[in-house]
Design a protein around this ligand. Structure first.
Ligand code: ADP
Ligand code: MG
Length: 823
């Protein structure tokens, strides 16, 4: 600590006018960015190595070694090695792409800092803060660097990130606010004394934590390892069958081994996690273009399945651009009016650079009316808080000290002396609220006691906060999508109800926060679950609101921006932090999604995108898993049905099938497009999983259809007396074509080739491209020889095409029958 203070004393700063922009640039170049050194991103070689270290790759290398060294199958061994490397390259590209997308998203949520430069407060990237900057902080901010405090108003920070102890530590002039700690109370400013790795935080650098694996990916990995275990077990069975059936000699043992390896290759859905991450990450980039930045990829899925959307009134239904509409002094004299405005200006942070929309609007209105601040010196203050709903200041003048208070009428009245004047003002306030105005009351007293009562009411100010132009359409879209909107606001119930009605929402029942506190838990839960508007809400009520809806089985999304909103954002399935002037770092860090504006239209757009992405993930997972399952079935079924074959499919065949059917079509499904409005797409119902029993059954059914088609074609070929090599080729071609058609089955709802099926150009290109590649390797003898594939006669191709047509017809017919039965 002493070290920091020394630096501070040695540091020349620009005083509270801050540095000049040019000087800041120079220091930035000299000292480097205000960042902790980040873990380096892996290069291509180490990425490739990581792919090759996967158990599957090792298994395949072992298979290649088996072919090369024991079986002396040179081409097959080499082909396996080539495909393993190709697979690793594809995997590395996908991993890189997903990483890129995530890095781009992180860039968008990079922290900001307020500093004074060239005499003006401004918001810059926290990474650009330099030593000597005059930094401004307020409750809710993450401290951008080590800052020696030069002015403080009830300033306190939580240093848990450094000490592990989460208690507010008071910070007064001369103390050092440490980088990475959280300002939990008050506001202030000071000089930056250390940045980046030279901060106390940098010295211990425990800051960087790896993002946990998303639950969806975990679920897939579980399924993957489950399938792999099953495959190894079945592989042992295959080996045993081969040994029993064969002459017990060396060849039959090796064939059996080969079959076992083939099964393992078939079973492991190795492309799945990467394809899914890429799909989510690319979808997240699309959402970012709409103004919604995703912090965790799983939030996309949760967002798409949202059933209750709890939103702020201010800034979400309304523009949040407050404008003073009316000012009503306690008496109709110009002296009373002047007194009202002077109190408003004293009790205002915008006069020294604050950004609270209320204070900014008040300052603007005062200036327009020709009232200028005659301030005296502010000696103490009580900052505005959502729980007290008022702000108070004490100013010192030559001959007196004056307390000024502004805030929600009932909060201010509670501290005023009762009288006819107060009752008249209260009646007026009610009327203004009913007309949708936000109302503020102002009072003062000649005292320096911040908590003094018996104040004198000075008057009212009414603000107009116009409805957002997009609000009605967004409310309507939510209704169609089956999403319930609940408005939670700190504002007056009448104001909130009027605005809600204006936006097309039924504000009944409107509940007041204080009503909730007297109820027993069950009653409170019931009231919260049915409330359409909750007014005069406190942060704890927001948490209770989320809990109540979640207990009723809903998926809850909640918006918030304030210091106290963090717990509610954390409790919600999808916490949505609203950035912008009022946005705080605490809220952003607690949120899953950060939106650039709270505009309900943007939120609805994000839900719409979330549903699209979820649908794409479902179809790509369905496509890949059904494919893997069908390969297992073909290998197993082939052992039983096609007894003339040494193994139904060689490892190199399965590798080839995986290479051309899994990679590109899966990626194309991940960025699929649908003609339907995203909000009309089915959502994941609360409580269900991506891979629940019903879906697994569905996929097993489809896999069975594909496997039956391939085995049927193979059996026909065997019956016609084709050579084992040709029968295997028939199996491969049929499997590839039917699996590719499954891509269209997986993405569709009613019929594989339903209207607009060709609109996903990437999918069409990859499906037809893969089919063409299959034709090429079958017709160019050199390639075919390499992959152990023999040319097929026309009858063979006809069987393969016929089989895939049959599969589509059967699956679509089953779907049609099911639909009818459900109806
Ligand atoms: P919202 O949920 O609509 O953003 P807030 O919690 O910001 O509501 O405000 C609640 C009430 O507190 C407002 O209706 C107003 O009466 C009062 N209020 C808001 N901002 C200030 C402020 N800067 N100073 C004094 N009172 C305020
Ligand atoms: Mg607010």
């Amino acid at each position: 600590m002493a070290h920091v203070v020394d630096v501070a004393d040695a540091t020349d700063s620009g005083g509270s006018d801050g540095l000049s922009g040019a000087e800041a640039q120079r220091r930035l170049a000299a000292d480097g960015r205000n960042e902790l050194p980040e873990a380096r991103r892996p290069g291509w070689l180490s990425r490739l190595a990581a792919q090759l270290r996967e158990p599957l790759s090792l298994l395949l290398v072992a298979a290649a070694a088996l072919s090369l060294l024991v079986l002396r199958e040179m081409t097959e061994g080499l082909a396996i090695l080539v495909i393993v490397v190709l697979d690793a390259v594809v995997g590395a590209v996908q991993a890189h792409r997903a990483d890129d997308a995530m890095a781009a998203l992180r860039e968008l949520t990079a922290p900001l800092a307020s500093v004074v430069r060239d005499g003006r407060p401004q918001t810059i990237a926290a990474a650009d803060v330099v030593v000597g900057d005059h930094a401004l902080v307020a409750a809710g901010d993450r401290v951008p660097a080590d800052v020696r405090v030069t002015d403080a108003a009830s300033l306190a920070s939580d240093e848990a990130i450094l000490t592990g102890e989460s208690i507010p530590v008071d910070k007064s002039v001369g103390d050092v606010l440490l980088a990475g700690t959280l300002v939990v109370r008050g506001h202030g400013g000071g000089h930056v004394v250390a940045t980046g790795a030279r901060t106390q935080l940098g010295a211990i650098a425990t800051f960087l934590t790896e993002a946990p694996e998303p639950p969806l990916a975990r679920e897939l990995r579980r399924i993957g390892s489950w399938m792999a275990t099953g495959a190894v077990a079945l592989g042992v069975v295959v080996v045993a069958v081969a040994v029993v059936r064969g002459d017990g000699g060396r060849d039959s043992l090796l064939d059996g081994l080969l079959g076992g390896v083939a099964l393992a290759v078939a079973a492991i859905p190795e492309g799945l996690p990467a394809a899914m991450t890429a799909s989510l990450a690319l979808g997240a980039q699309r959402m970012a273009r709409h103004g919604a930045i995703v912090r965790t990829l799983t939030a996309i899925e949760a967002l798409g399945s949202t059933t209750v959307l709890c939103v702020d009134k201010t800034g979400t239904l309304t523009t949040g651009q407050l404008e003073v509409d009316d000012a009503i002094p306690a008496e109709r004299t110009s002296a009373a009016e002047a007194e009202l405005w002077l109190a408003i200006l004293r009790c205002n942070d915008a006069t020294d650079g604050g950004v609270d929309p209320i204070d900014v609007a008040l300052l603007r209105a005062a200036e327009a009316r020709g009232h200028t601040p005659m301030l005296g010196r502010r000696v103490s203050e009580e900052p505005f808080e959502a729980t007290t709903r008022l702000m108070a200041t004490v100013h010192e003048f030559a001959d007196a000290r004056v307390l000024s208070v502004k805030g929600a009428p009932e909060a201010v009245w509670a501290r005023c002396a009762d009288g006819p004047q107060l009752r008249r003002l209260d009646g007026l306030a009610r009327g203004l609220a009913q007309a949708g105005r936000r109302v503020l009351a102002v009072a003062s007293a000649a005292t320096d006691d911040l908590s003094a009562r018996e104040l004198q009411p000075l008057g009212l100010v009414a603000f107009l906060d116009p409805l957002r132009p997009s609000a009605r359409a967004a409310v309507d879209a939510c209704r169609r999508a089956g999403i319930r909107i609940v408005v939670a606001t700190g504002d007056h119930p009448e104001t909130a109800a009027a605005i809600a009605r204006d936006a097309g929402l039924d504000p009944d029942p409107t509940v007041i926060g204080s009503e909730l506190r007297d109820l027993d838990p069950d009653e409170r839960q019931a009231l919260l679950a049915e409330a359409a508007v909750i007014a005069r809400v406190e942060p704890a009520d927001k948490v209770a609101l989320v809990v109540a809806h979640r207990a009723a089985g809903h998926v809850v999304a909640m918006t918030g921006d304030g210091v106290n909103d963090a717990p509610a954002l954390r409790h919600a399935d999808v916490g949505i932090a609203v950035a912008g002037a009022a946005g705080t770092d605490v809220a952003r860090e607690a949120a899953d999604i950060v939106v650039t504006t709270g505009d309900l239209g943007v939120l609805v757009e994000a839900v719409r995108e979330g549903r699209r992405i979820y649908r794409n993930v479902v179809s790509l997972v369905s496509y890949l898993l059904a494919g893997n399952l069908s390969e297992i079935m073909v290998v197993l079924g082939g052992v039983l049905l096609l007894q003339d074959l040494p193994v139904p499919l060689r490892p190199v065949h399965l590798l080839w099938i995986n290479l051309i059917t899994d990679g590109l079509p899966a990626l194309a499904l991940g960025v699929d497009w649908s003609r339907r409005d995203g909000l009309e797409l089915p959502r994941r119902e609360p409580g269900t999983h991506l891979l629940d029993l019903a879906r697994l059954r569905l996929l097993a059914g489809r896999a069975l259809a594909v496997a039956a088609a391939a085995l049927g074609a193979g059996a026909l070929a065997a019956q016609m007396g084709w050579s084992p090599g040709r029968v295997q080729s028939q199996l491969v071609v049929t499997l590839v074509l039917t699996h590719l058609v499954l891509a269209y089955v997986s993405r569709s709802e009613r019929f594989a080739f339903e209207r607009d099926w060709w609109r996903n150009r990437a999918l069409a290109a990859s499906v037809f491209g893969s089919a063409a590649m299959q034709v090429v390797v079958m017709t160019v003898p050199a390639l075919g020889g390499w992959l152990d594939l023999a040319a097929l006669p026309v009858a063979g191709w006809a069987m393969a095409v016929g089989a895939s047509v049959l599969v589509v017809c059967v699956i679509d017919a089953v779907r049609a029958v099911r639909r009818r039965r459900v109806r």
